[in-house]
Design a protein around this ligand. Structure first.
Ligand SMILES: Nc1ncnc2c1ncn2[C@@H]1O[C@H](COP(=O)(O)OP(=O)(O)OP(=O)(O)O)[C@@H](O)[C@H]1O
Ligand SMILES: N[C@@H](CCO)C(=O)O
Length: 313
């Protein structure tokens, strides 16, 4: 019998936590913003790719990260002495590539979780997350968990330096809407990391620590004023703005319209705007649809935090 797993989109960094903060999101209209991977027994290992963004992926299945997930999973099974079965994987690629929505993380998390479910969960969540991080690092050139962790566990995740823990769930702002606008152009994570400086000033280090710790404190006290009143990224946004046509203007407009915060989702080009007012969220979505999208592939979704993470369908 086939097992199908959905893994949701996420906002990497959440502006104040470069590489260490991530939030899973789901559209309020109930549509599935994320990838689905199905696994079923077969007489040979194979990968089929379907879905709206299938044609944006490498044409060779063996170049798809889902294929690498199968190799890694089989290797881990073998190390534990499990019998390995031949499987047919199907990736429903619903997520645009290089979008800032954690597209590769969606594929990685859906693939590994579907395989774990197919085999009746031989691996613990901690072992699974470590494998997910390894796959994400392979594709983006650096080990960061801020997409795979929220995509897998759901909610708002804070990465911890302890490798035995990796991530902790923070209380999220569940009454907030996150308006996600993907303009329809591609920005590779690798390229968006290369524009960042290798060193930062003492002032930036202090500002980063203070902003992130203030945000975490505000999450525990559910204090939106504090969380979003000082919502500033000194590490990435200033250097990445120029990669995102119209971002500066859109941010200024949305802030003056009353949004609590506006930032770059992951490494962009997706922009996210935060508000606890549904009417404002809908108006922001309409404005972004008209003014931020630059190709027919672009889209806007009004989302809330996705507290479930990866799940069997
Ligand atoms: N299943 C897959 N999903 C996404 N990208 C894949 C997949 N398989 C292979 N790739 C390749 O991996 C690279 C992913 O690049 P990148 O990390 O910039 O994208 P992303 O994960 O979509 O980014 P983001 O996290 O900003 O959404 C692309 O070159 C893409 O062709
Ligand atoms: N934290 C990563 C997320 C990539 O989506 C970055 O900003 O490069």
């Amino acid at each position: 019998m086939a097992v199908s797993v959905f893994a949701p989109a996420s906002i990497g960094n959440v502006t104040v936590g470069f590489d260490v903060l991530g939030l899973a999101v789901q559209p309020v209209d109930g549509s599935l913003l994320g990838d689905v991977v199905s696994v079923e027994a077969s007489d040979s290992d194979r990968l089929d790719v379907i879905g709206n963004f299938a044609n944006k992926l490498p044409s060779e299945p063996s170049d798809n990260i889902v294929w690498h997930c199968l190799q890694l999973f089989n290797q881990a099974l073998a190390e534990q002495g499990h019998a390995i079965q031949l499987v047919r994987l199907t990736l429903d690629k619903k997520m645009p590539v290089g979008s800032g929505l954690g597209s590769s993380a969606c594929s990685v998390v859906a693939a590994l979780e579907a395989l774990n479910a197919f085999y009746d969960k031989p691996f613990s969540p901690e072992q699974m997350l470590a494998m997910m991080g390894q796959m994400e690092a392979q594709i983006s050139g650096s080990l960061h968990y801020d997409n795979v962790a929220p995509c897998y566990f759901g909610g708002l995740q804070l990465m911890i330096a302890d490798p035995a823990i990796i991530t902790r769930t923070l209380p999220s702002f569940d009454d907030c809407y996150f308006v996600m606008a993907y303009p329809g152009i591609e920005v590779s994570t690798k390229a968006a990391r290369e524009v960042l400086p290798n060193e930062y000033s003492k002032a930036d280090a202090i500002a980063f620590g203070q902003t992130l710790s203030g945000f975490v404190d505000a999450c525990y006290r559910q204090d939106k004023q504090q969380a979003f009143g000082h919502f500033k990224d000194v590490l990435a946004e200033p250097y990445r703005e120029s990669l995102l046509p119209g971002f500066v203007e859109a941010k200024a407009h949305l802030q003056s319209a009353g949004c609590l915060a506006v930032g770059i989702s992951g490494s962009g080009p997706t922009l996210f705007a935060v508000t606890d007012d549904k009417t404002l969220a809908d108006n922001a979505a309409t404005w972004l649809q008209k003014n931020y999208l630059s190709t027919e592939l672009g889209f806007v979704h009004v989302c809330k935090a996705d507290t479930q993470g990866a799940r069997c369908l």
